[in-house]
Design a protein around this ligand. Structure first.
Ligand code: MRU
Length: 354
């Protein structure tokens, strides 16, 4: 049987001209790969969370626009750029909150603009290198972030995480899970509590699955049990990912993250956001400016149930993310170092460094 850790979450098959992803909507029951070729297929995969998690979405979109560019009809650069801009805008419309989607597509656009004057073959090669670069860079970035995060822990600690900021949300190590994987290699003996993460169960379906497959000590809990394990002294630190960090340190992440942060504050437990610099958006000044995706109410009433779990016609509020106020965040861990409050200064410093 294939182990999830033997495959990267997003791969670019240049020869076949496809983006290869794990269909995360089928996990943990079935491990199936999807080969996507068209922008429509990539858009659908991002929208439906077949590929999900901020860094993985960015990498998938970069591969998607590269593959689309291989089929553009225009012979002149301006026409080619217009086709590129249309696909870029289309892919950006798949999900609004994770800044990595916009960051990765902006990088691809910059590469294209820098190739003005080159012939078609060279332009395509440059775009392919950039997409591939975004994938390989993510592996290094998550590893480095994990090293910093590990310095915030001690052997034998209980850690709690929410949603999936794991391998399945990136290419290989995850962000919030990176210290857990490194700790596993180095005998830290962490006990990890994983929130189920209603309504789409990224914690139960994905994080529990990938950490368990790696041999970590994992305990799955319902979202409403986090307070109990904290109060009982079973959790010494919380690590979560994020979809966008504003310049003041407010951080958008999966719905329910805010509640975990409030609880952590109540029980004096450090609450860490793991954010590759690709998730830090200095153009967004505060969390109030972050667009929060709202998803279909049927995800709350019907999904994962064999029959509807609420009365037909009920109003449902289903925001996919919430914003944790900077004041609740003990530190923001990046691949370039750890940012502490006040975040406007510390994040600016980190974003300046090469
Ligand atoms: O809706 P999802 O599953 O894409 O939400 C994912 C999260 O909230 C993750 O925590 C975040 O993207 C960070 S992934 C390293």
């Amino acid at each position: 049987m294939i182990n999830i850790h033997d495959i990267d979450t997003v791969e670019l098959d240049m020869e076949e001209g496809s983006l290869v992803i794990i269909d995360q909507t089928l996990l943990p029951g079935r491990l199936e790969l999807l080969r996507l070729k068209t922008p429509e297929e990539v858009w659908e995969a991002i929208k439906m969370l077949r590929v999900r998690g901020a860094p993985a979405i960015g990498a998938a979109a970069a591969c998607g626009i590269y593959l689309a560019a291989r089929g553009f009809k225009s012979a002149d650069f301006n026409g080619y750029y217009r086709e590129f801009a249309q696909v870029k805008q289309y892919l950006e419309s798949a999900r609004p909150t994770a800044v990595n989607l916009f960051w990765a597509l902006d990088r691809m656009e910059k590469t294209l603009l820098e190739s003005r004057g080159a012939d078609r073959e060279e332009i395509e090669a440059a775009l392919g290198r950039e997409a591939q670069g975004i994938i390989s860079e993510d592996i290094r970035v998550c590893h480095s972030l994990g090293e910093y995060a590990l310095t915030l822990t001690q052997r034998g600690w209980g850690l709690l995480t929410h949603c999936n900021a794991g391998k399945l949300a990136t290419i290989r190590y995850g962000t919030a899970t990176a210290p857990i994987y490194l700790g596993l290699e180095r005998g830290y003996n962490f006990r990890v509590f994983v929130d189920e993460t209603r309504p789409l169960l990224q914690g139960a379906r994905l994080t529990a699955y990938e950490l368990h497959s790696a041999g970590a000590d994992v305990t799955l809990i319902c979202d409403n049990m986090a307070a109990s394990v904290m109060k009982n002294g079973q959790v010494q630190a919380v690590f979560t990912g994020c979809d966008r960090v504003a310049a003041n340190g407010d951080a958008a992440n999966k719905i329910g993250t805010l509640a975990v942060a409030v609880l952590a504050k109540r029980y004096n437990i450090p609450f860490y956001i793991c954010a590759p610099t690709s998730s830090i958006d200095m153009q967004t000044l505060t969390g109030e400016d972050i667009v929060i995706e709202e998803r279909d109410g049927s995800e709350v009433t019907d999904m994962w149930y064999t029959e509807p779990m609420s009365v037909r016609g009920i109003k449902v509020f289903n925001p996919a993310f919430d914003v944790t106020d900077a004041e609740l965040i003990t530190a923001i861990v990046t691949e370039k170092g750890i940012a502490y409050p006040p975040y406007d200064a510390s994040l600016a410093e980190i974003m300046k460094s090469k």
